[in-house]
Structure formats: C-alpha cells, structure tokens
Design a protein. Structure first.
Length: 101
C-alpha cells in the first residue's frame, strides 16, 4: 500500500496521510497526531497539588484527533457519556487531576 503525507499542521501536529492500495483500487486519507507531549503535560499536571474542587476546574486535556473521534461517536455532545469516558481508566492519560468527573 502506497503512503504519502499530504499535510502537517504545525500547531496541532496532525498529519493527513494518503494511502492507496492498488490490489483493491481503494484510497484512504488517515489523520495522525503525535500526542506524547500532551500526555506528558497531563501527567505533570495530574501530579500537582490541585487543592479543592470548585467551579471551572480543568480535569482533562484531550488531543484534537481524539476529540474529533469522540464528536463523531456522539460522546463529546453527551455530558453523561463524556463523564463516563473521562472516568474510564483506559483514558487516564488525558486527565489532568485525580478524582471522578
């Protein structure tokens, strides 16, 4: 399968990658995002002393590529589904503070 980078957004670090499979004559445009810097910053923030919860507390930092997926699946627009997603241990690296949402 042939692969070609179409674009790279320098701000979000999202790459658009074109794939073409000659055997099936199909093309796919994939979006990729390097998120290690976001995850590292989230871990640092998670381990800070946050004090008490109040109004308007940052609880997560989600990369755009993940957000777009959540939006497409309807999770980002459903507050209860978003809380469930944020509280899921599989998504802990997107959290910036401990506790439950």
């Amino acid at each position: 399968m042939a692969e070609k980078i179409l674009s790279i957004d320098p701000i979000t670090n999202i790459k658009s990658v074109f794939h073409y499979d000659e055997s099936t004559d199909t093309a796919i445009i994939e979006k990729r995002q390097e998120v290690s810097n976001i995850v590292d910053e989230n871990k640092r923030e998670f381990n800070e002393d946050h004090g008490k919860y109040g109004e308007w507390n940052k609880v997560a930092s989600i990369p755009l590529s993940v957000y777009y997926d959540l939006k497409a699946r309807g999770i980002a627009d459903d507050p209860e589904a978003m809380k469930k997603w944020l509280n899921d241990p599989d998504n802990r690296f997107f959290r910036t503070r401990p506790g439950r949402v």
